[in-house]
Design a binder for this molecule. Structure first.
Ligand code: E4P
Length: 223
């Protein structure tokens, strides 16, 4: 499993990187706008926190393929390191994927809601596809089932494209996406914490330490 953090807040990224085995960060225009700072400054601050070797996924905002391609060139020239350009699976987005793949860009097809969108993006050349699990669940669909169907298609056609499941609001959704064959998940900081936390873990650790300290030195087992 590849874990990514879905936020554009450099401080939250720094904190999460100290704890979790994160392979990088994903952003989208909404979470970047939330930071209320200059776009490039935010992206460069994120890059400074995660280093050049971790993945950074940044989305284009243009509506036409040529505009998306220009934005991809701009990002590649301004943000170093392991960069993935996120492109929505619209007709113009698919056209942009076909334009950018031969130019050597790493691409993440985003705003994926159906297995056929994912298959088209993969055949067009996307490195990752990002199905939106929570948005699917919220609209009466089944995010985990969509992830499973995409995985089945990619495996049966021998496609190298990986599934970066996205848009999670709780730990159960992440768990089900993992069971359904997602290669990677991008999770916001709160949901990432929810994957690790359990009250019985805290209770057990407290009990171990209390029992130890009843007999031995306080809070340590070495000199
Ligand atoms: C990932 O690529 C998306 O930016 C993100 O996960 C969307 O999440 P949301 O549905 O919480 O906005």
């Amino acid at each position: 499993m590849i874990y990514l953090l879905d936020t554009a807040n450099p401080e939250l990224i720094r904190k999460a990187h100290e704890i979790y085995p994160l392979a990088g960060v994903t952003t989208n225009p909404t979470i970047i706008a939330r930071e209320k700072n200059e776009f490039l400054k935010i992206i460069q601050a994120i890059r400074a926190v995660i280093g050049a070797e971790r993945m950074l996924h940044v989305q284009v905002v243009g509506r036409e393929a040529e505009r998306m391609a220009r934005e991809a060139e701009y990002l590649a020239g301004s943000v170093g390191g392991d960069l993935y350009i996120k492109i929505p699976v619209t007709p113009e987005g698919l056209k942009a994927i076909k334009l950018l793949k031969p130019r050597g860009f790493k691409l993440t097809a985003t705003a994926v809601f159906t297995p056929q969108q994912a298959l088209l993006a993969a055949v067009a050349g996307a490195d990752f596809v990002a199905p939106y699990v929570n948005r699917l669940d919220n609209s009466g669909g089944d995010g985990a089932q969509v992830v499973a169907a995409i995985r089945k298609l990619f495996d049966s056609y021998g496609l190298p494209t990986r599934i970066l499941a996205a848009s999670f609001k709780n730990a159960r959704q992440v768990h089900e996406a993992a069971l359904s064959g997602a290669h990677a998940v991008t999770v916001n900081p709160e949901t990432l914490d929810a994957l690790l936390q359990h009250p019985l873990t805290d209770w057990s650790v407290e009990q171990f330490i209390r029992d130890w300290e009843g007999v031995y030195a306080k809070g340590k087992c070495t000199d």
